[in-house]
Design a protein around this ligand. Sequence first.
Ligand SMILES: *Cc1c(COP(=O)(O)O)cnc(C)c1O
Length: 229
Amino acid sequence: MIKENLIHIREKINDVLDKRNDELQKKSFKLVAVTKNHAVEAMREAIDEGVAAVGENRVQEALEKEAALGRAAEWHLIGHLQTNKVKQAVKLFDLIHSVDSENLAVKIDLEAGRLKKKQDVLIQVNLAKEESKFGVYREDLDELVQFVDALPNLRLCGLMAIMPQGGAEVLRPLFKQMYVLFTELKRKDLQNGNIQWLSMGMTHDFETAVEEGANLVRIGTGIFGRRQY
Ligand SMILES: *Cc1c(COP(=O)(O)O)cnc(C)c1O
C-alpha cells in the first residue's frame, strides 16, 4: 500500500508543480514522510521507495527508530521541542522545523556549539493564532528572525506552518500569506541564514499548499494510512 500511496501522492504533487511551473520550487521540492506512530518496517518500505526524509514529532520515538534505521534518510523534527530534549534533538535531527521562541533558539544554539554542528532550523509561524498550536505570531516573526540569525550555530533555512482545519477556501489565503512571509524573508540580508524551505501542507491540504508555493510538504496519513494511537 505504501508504494501505491507514494505513487499517487507524487503524481498529484508533480501535476501541481507542472502547472505552477516555478523552476526553483520544482528543483528544490522535498516530500517529508511523517512517520510518527508508524513502525520501523513501514519507514523502511518508504525509504526503499525513494523517500529521502522522515518526520517525527517526538524525540524519544525518533531516537528509538534511528537506532534501528540509521541515517538512511534525513531526520526532520516537525513537532514542538521541549527544552529538556534539545540535547538529543540536536544530535539526531538534520532539520528542526519548530523553533518558535528565543529561549528555545538559545538552547539549540548552545547544544549545536558543543557538538560543533551548524543546526538547520525553520521558524514555526502560528498564522491563525490558534491557542492549541505552537508557533510565533506574525507580529513577532521579524524579531525572532533577527534573533535566530544572530546565533552562530544556527542556520535559519525558512518557515514552517501548521494550518487550522478547514477547506481550501479557508486555507488558501493563509498559505498565500505564508508564501509572502517566505519571499520577504528570502530578500532579507542575513548573516547565518540560507532561506530555502517553506514547510506547509499535510495529507488533507498539501495540494493547496503546493499551489501556493510550498516546497516542503509533510505527509503521514496519505502515505502510511491511519496512525494507531
Ligand atoms: C502529524 C503531522 C503531520 C502529518 O499529518 P497527516 O495528516 O498524517 O499527513 C504533518 N505535520 C506535523 C507538524 C504533524 O504533527
